[in-house]
Design a binder for this molecule. Structure first.
Ligand code: PLP
Length: 473
């Protein structure tokens, strides 16, 4: 047997490069991406050693090295010293998306974006559940398998509520999901193929970063300014590479608080239309109609999706969200949801939507808006003179640290004083450098006085001389 035949016999994966009209290294990467999608190559599977594959394909080792490097750049594979190059699998990723707080016992937690635990919450839900249990017709309907989108009655009630909040929608456009995070995952899983690229602001919601990694997507960071994503930077990126979907939080970016004006929204839609991008607007950090700009699905209904969740309005444990999508994308989204779980549990959806749309919920939600605004005013007072970006309806504020503070030191020093904060790292897309800033959530403390105490301790700390605290001790 000659060298090529011997090498071919030993290669468990052999791409066919014959007839490709692109350079060989490129054809090899394209074949790799196609085989990952087709399942011929499994997550975690090792690629043939470079020399062996070069012999098998009768190309230079340099061609294979270039191809493997390009595949790594596209997020298809991961190279590790000593264990070769493997198809990327979610388990290779370092988890950076922690939902639950890492706050120490007794610490003042300013690290989580959660609704204020309202004293009437449990009582209200009991009333809603009792009403529901006394309606055998509704309960009976909830016991049947529903459509993947969720029952028409639930979607109509939710669409009506959203319309009254200045987000006009109809039931046909909605899919009920298990929270906003699920809507995010569903959209990306159904509409973007492994190896394809999605883009977002360079600092974004960690759940979006985690979703991209789980699904083997390439996540491209778009440079941002005070209004968020910069359209000219997006245009440049789209000219350089194919981007399938752009993730947006135009009202109140989590974490930077950036808010997009109307002209910026129109400029982004123009780029999206030029390069055929899907737009995924995450509206989970909900704001009042009076402070909201035009949602992207109103500007570009043919390509924009919108995510809603009750998590920040009522309670995260309800796990009820919704995805608004254009009709042409609906079959792919419902097929993905069917494959996952068929549909959201209708009984839970019904209870959450009944609560949201009930007369009881209105004063509770109103109370929260007022309390959040008061807490933001308190934050502005306690941290007067510091560079802060906040929104009157925002659960968090973004504090750019004064020189010479570094975020890692402030987070460590605050923890010593019993205050838990997050720096910018968990929000950074890829290996972007993290700015020296911290996110301060105003909602986790049940009592406003406790927030006051946390902010007072932080303000005092920032008056001191930084003392470098090693993150490793
Ligand atoms: C921007 C954003 N999207 C989605 C989520 C997740 O929402 P849910 O709890 O409804 O899954 C959060 C939670 O903080 C968020 O901030």
């Amino acid at each position: 047997m000659d060298i090529q035949a011997q090498a071919r016999a030993r290669c468990h994966w052999l791409p066919d490069l014959e007839g490709a009209d692109t350079p060989r290294y490129q054809a090899l990467v394209d074949q790799l991406a196609a085989d990952i999608v087709a399942g011929t190559l499994a997550p975690g599977e090792r690629l043939p050693p470079q020399r062996l594959l070069a012999d098998a394909l009768k190309v230079t080792v340099g061609t294979i090295t270039r191809a493997y490097r390009e595949a790594e750049r596209r997020g298809l594979v991961e190279a590790r010293v000593g264990s070769g190059t493997r198809v990327r699998s979610p388990s290779m990723d370092t988890p950076r998306f922690h939902h639950l707080s890492h706050a120490a016992e007794g610490s003042i937690d300013l690290s989580l974006s959660v609704p204020i635990p309202h004293p009437w919450r449990a009582e209200q839900l009991a009333i809603v559940l009792s009403r529901l249990s006394q309606s055998p017709h509704t309960v009976e309907a909830a016991l049947a398998y529903s459509s993947e989108q969720g029952s028409l009655a639930s979607r109509e009630a939710l669409a009506g509520w959203l319309t009254r909040q200045g987000l006009p929608m109809n039931a046909e456009e909605l899919i009920l999901t298990a929270g906003g995070q699920h809507a995010d995952f569903l959209a990306l899983q159904a509409l973007v193929q492994p190896g394809e690229a999605v883009a977002s602001a360079a600092l974004t919601y960690p759940g979006m970063i985690a979703t991209g990694r789980q699904l083997g997507l390439k996540h491209v960071a778009v440079p941002m300014d005070a209004e968020g994503i910069r359209p000219e930077a997006l245009e440049r990126l789209c000219q350089q590479q194919r981007i399938r979907l752009l993730y947006l939080m135009p009202e109140h970016n989590n974490p930077t608080g950036a808010r997009m004006g109307e002209a910026r929204r129109h400029a982004i839609v123009a780029v999206a239309r030029r390069h055929d991008l899907l737009l995924l607007e995450d509206g989970v950090q909900f704001v009042t109609a009076a402070t909201r700009g035009t949602p992207f699905y109103r500007l570009a209904p043919e390509r924009a999706l919108y995510i809603f969740s009750v998590s920040k309005l009522l309670a995260g444990g309800l796990r009820l969200g919704a995805l608004r999508a254009p009709a042409n994308l609906m079959p792919r989204l419902t097929a993905a949801l069917r494959a996952q779980c068929w549909a959201m549990p209708e009984l839970m959806a019904r209870a959450a939507i009944d609560w949201l749309t009930s007369a009881e919920a209105t004063p509770l939600i109103e109370w929260q808006w007022q309390e959040v605004a008061a807490r933001q005013r308190l934050l502005a007072e306690r941290l007067q003179g510091h560079e802060i970006v906040a929104h009157p309806c925002g659960f968090h504020a973004w504090l750019r640290l004064p020189e010479p503070w570094r975020a890692v030191d402030v987070v460590a020093r605050a923890a010593e004083r019993g205050v838990t904060l997050l720096g910018a790292d968990p929000f950074c897309v890829g290996s972007q450098p993290a700015p020296q800033a911290v996110r301060l959530c105003v909602t986790p403390p049940a009592e406003r006085a406790r927030l006051d105490e946390g902010l007072t301790r932080l303000a005092a700390l920032l008056e001191e001389e930084p003392r470098r605290v090693s993150p490793l001790v």
